[in-house]
Design a protein around this ligand. Structure first.
Ligand SMILES: *[C@@H]1O[C@H](CO)[C@@H](O)[C@H](O)[C@H]1NC(C)=O
Ligand SMILES: *[C@@H]1O[C@H](CO)[C@@H](O)[C@H](O)[C@H]1NC(C)=O
Ligand SMILES: *[C@@H]1O[C@H](CO)[C@@H](O)[C@H](O)[C@H]1NC(C)=O
Ligand SMILES: *[C@@H]1O[C@H](CO)[C@@H](O)[C@H](O)[C@H]1NC(C)=O
Ligand SMILES: *[C@@H]1O[C@H](CO)[C@@H](O)[C@H](O)[C@H]1NC(C)=O
Ligand SMILES: *[C@@H]1O[C@H](CO)[C@@H](O)[C@H](O)[C@H]1NC(C)=O
Length: 649
């Protein structure tokens, strides 16, 4: 009787005090309904909550209830509830944290004699992680919440008892696979195979399928952890049925491993940090095992080696042998992804490759179209990948499966047409470390440089040690200089301010200087009527490899546009400097001086394998030179014209 009169007064009071009150009628939401497992002071307990009658266990009932504001959008709300014990003057504050339809956590107070929810601590401050008891609903969960566990892993485990010891059996495998068509689809569960290590007493042999009950995030000691409630349905032992899993958010370990803390029982409070967890697990990504990784064909022999390739977003280092291609792609400063390809079928330049990504479950097929290697460059295109259809038994697969896959995956249409990628550009593998090749642009030039970003421009800097002491004579004439001369034709030297003043010997003072930037040529080719070149600069902090588009715009002028990475954007031309991915352009004008001994040369890359190398040795060095400079140039011109026509034929 008393209670009924008191409720409206309290509600008014609460309103006046500005405390969030959503509902005053003391009823539990429907998701409270059911039987809940929890470890109440260390023993297995089943709690029956009835939403309709408002009872909590056998002898407590809802007296007052305050819903808290939602911090995150979820189906349920956090609440503070005042429970009255039937027949006794005992009121208990319960702070109930909603985690999922299968998991709730609570903090319980001691018996209070006053039935006033305002006096509950949780009204002003909700409990912390370590104050909470976790309740698991006693049903078989159907929940999709382990997106963060997706993949295939080998793991080591360490149990905190009987002296412990780490068991790192290579057959400890965690499988969280999303294979369409397989019975375990949709991220509702994952499989852990625990195997025995002979020298670790606590190790055991068991295969457990864990189902997901809910996931949430909590802060502890300035770290953000992700918690996952797990159920092991198939066990008859109630104690072993529920587990709590903890992992650090944004975990970036150098070896690409993932660390987990796992509880022994259905209890999350014991998880205080990854190191202090009762069961510690270290996951390593592994590649799925498949007979399709056994090679069936051979890649061109001269592809063997280590390479570099720049994707649209991430760069990869690539390793190739006769049969396999391996990509290692840095996804961030810490995380990398490893991909394996194995040769399955080959016709001409097209290679059907099976593909697996380390840590991912699916096996797929993809077609590589490889242009024959020239210098340190291999150009290739990759078709769309097709997933290997799931069959429970590999032996039932069609014998002509590879032939069919080849037809499907390597058809020219698949290589050249994708709806959003009509004008195709080849990907490029660059030999890494690069082997220098003769630069397609040679001679001595002055240049003007263009960029909207000051930092893109070449500026003067003092590289390393100056071999001879710098001349004290002040420079009267500064020019820009770009040159690639007979000394080392695989290098292009760029000096933003080169001193052209001569000293007492009649030599330019600049001769004593080291060039500001030295680019090594790694390869060049012609594609879509555009000449591309790759350079290498060990000292380039942004990208050691750079892609350039170059073009001869008159007999004495050359335009070059530099991309920001080793990949030239599709819309880049020789004068681009205002597009995404290419923000620098330089215009060269020939400035060969009498004693420079630096004949201009230009190679558009039209026939990379049939280059007449003799052109460069025609006159080497001023001492032995019997052509005058003018004659040499005339000769060059004739030769170039001749070349031009002979290529045409
Ligand atoms: C319930 O409280 C916890 C702990 O303060 C918080 O992390 C969670 O987001 C809250 N839930 C909702 C639905 O607001
Ligand atoms: C655990 O075993 C895996 C595979 O068997 C191995 O790659 C890894 O280096 C081992 N880890 C440790 C810490 O020994
Ligand atoms: C958490 O961070 C605060 C401020 O950044 C610091 O004062 C405190 O000592 C840290 N606590 C722990 C447990 O590291
Ligand atoms: C190529 O590499 C794969 C993977 O490491 C290896 O299994 C294979 O034996 C290698 N092939 C040759 C011909 O060395
Ligand atoms: C590499 O091999 C292919 C054929 O297998 C050949 O066409 C190409 O010229 C070779 N390239 C080099 C640089 O040896
Ligand atoms: C040329 O550059 C040097 C060093 O950068 C500078 O000291 C000198 O004054 C410049 N001379 C002229 C004529 O600009």
């Amino acid at each position: 009787m008393e209670a009924i009169i008191r409720i409206p007064i309290i509600v008014c009071l609460l309103f006046l005090m500005g405390i969030p009150v959503a509902k005053s009628v003391c009823q539990f939401p429907s998701y409270y309904d059911g039987s809940w497992y929890h470890r109440d002071s260390g023993s297995d307990t089943n709690l029956i909550i009835s939403a309709t009658s408002g009872t909590w266990g056998v002898d407590r009932e809802c007296f007052q209830k305050v819903d808290h504001d939602k911090i995150i959008t979820s189906d349920g709300v956090n609440a503070t509830i005042l429970l009255k014990t039937v027949g006794v003057n005992c009121y208990i504050c319960m702070d109930v944290i909603y985690r999922s339809i299968y998991i709730m956590q609570y903090r319980r107070s001691e018996c209070k004699t006053e039935g006033d929810i305002k006096l509950c601590e949780g009204i002003s401050k909700l409990p912390e992680h370590n104050e909470l008891v976790t309740m698991f609903k006693q049903v078989s969960p159907v929940m999709n919440c382990i997106a963060s566990i997706e993949g295939l892993f080998q793991f080591s485990y360490e149990i905190n008892e009987k002296g412990g010891g780490i068991c790192n059996n290579s057959e400890n495998i965690l499988e969280a696979c999303q294979t369409p068509g397989s019975p375990n689809y949709d991220n509702k569960d994952f499989l852990m195979r625990f195997r025995v290590c002979p020298d670790v007493q606590t190790s055991f042999r068991q295969t457990i399928r864990y189902k997901c009950m809910g996931t949430w995030v909590a802060n502890m000691n300035n770290n953000t952890y992700t918690f996952v409630g797990l159920a092991h349905d198939e066990t008859g032992v109630l104690q072993d049925k529920y587990k709590c899993l903890m992992t650090l958010r944004d975990q970036h370990s150098e070896d690409n491993t993932i660390r987990w803390g796992l509880s022994r029982f259905g209890d999350c409070t014991n998880l205080k940090s990854l190191e202090q967890s009762p069961i510690r697990i270290v996951l390593r990504r592994v590649a799925p095992k498949t007979s399709f990784m056994i090679p069936q064909c051979i890649l061109p022999r001269n592809l063997t080696g280590t390479w570099f390739t720049q994707g649209i977003q991430f760069a990869s280092s690539v390793w190739i042998n006769d049969t396999h291609i391996y990509y290692r792609t840095m996804m961030s400063q810490f995380d990398y992804e490893e991909t394996w390809f194995a040769c399955q079928a080959n016709l001409g330049t097209r290679f059907l490759m099976s593909k697996v990504v380390v840590g991912r479950c699916e096996i797929s097929f993809v077609c590589f179209d490889l242009v024959p290697r020239h210098d340190g460059i291999v150009r290739y295109r990759v078709g769309r990948s097709v997933k290997l259809p799931f069959t429970l038994d590999e032996r039932t697969r069609d014998k002509d499966f590879l032939v069919t896959s080849f037809k499907e995956t390597c058809s020219w249409q698949w290589l050249t047409f994708s709806r959003d990628n009509v004008d195709w550009k080849y990907e490029v593998l660059i030999q890494n470390p690069p082997s220098p090749v003769i630069c397609p642009i040679g001679g001595r030039y002055s240049f003007r440089q263009y960029s909207n970003d000051f930092y893109q421009l070449y500026d003067t800097r003092i590289r390393g040690i100056t071999l001879s002491p710098r001349n004290k004579i002040s420079c009267l004439m500064n020019v820009s200089e770009f040159k690639s001369c007979h000394g080392d034709m695989s290098k292009m030297e760029i000096d933003a301010t080169y001193c052209e003043t001569v000293d007492y010997r009649g030599r330019p003072i600049g001769e004593y200087e080291e060039p500001d930037h030295i680019l090594t040529c790694a390869g060049h080719w012609l594609e879509d009527m555009k000449s591309y070149m790759i350079t290498y600069d060990e000292e380039d902090a942004i990208s050691k490899f750079r892609c350039w588009v170059y073009e001869r715009i008159s007999w004495t002028d050359i335009a070059l546009s530099r991309s920001e990475t080793a990949r030239c954007p599709k819309n880049q031309n020789s004068r681009s400097y205002e597009i995404d991915g290419a923000r620098f352009y330089m215009a060269l004008t020939e400035t060969e001086r009498l004693f420079d001994d630096c004949p201009p040369r230009f190679d558009s890359g039209i026939t990379p394998n049939a280059k007449p190398r003799t052109l460069y040795t025609l006159y080497s060095g001023s001492q032995s030179c019997f052509f005058s400079n003018l004659q040499a140039k005339y000769f060059m011109f004739v030769f170039l014209v001749f070349n031009f026509f002979s290529f045409r034929n």
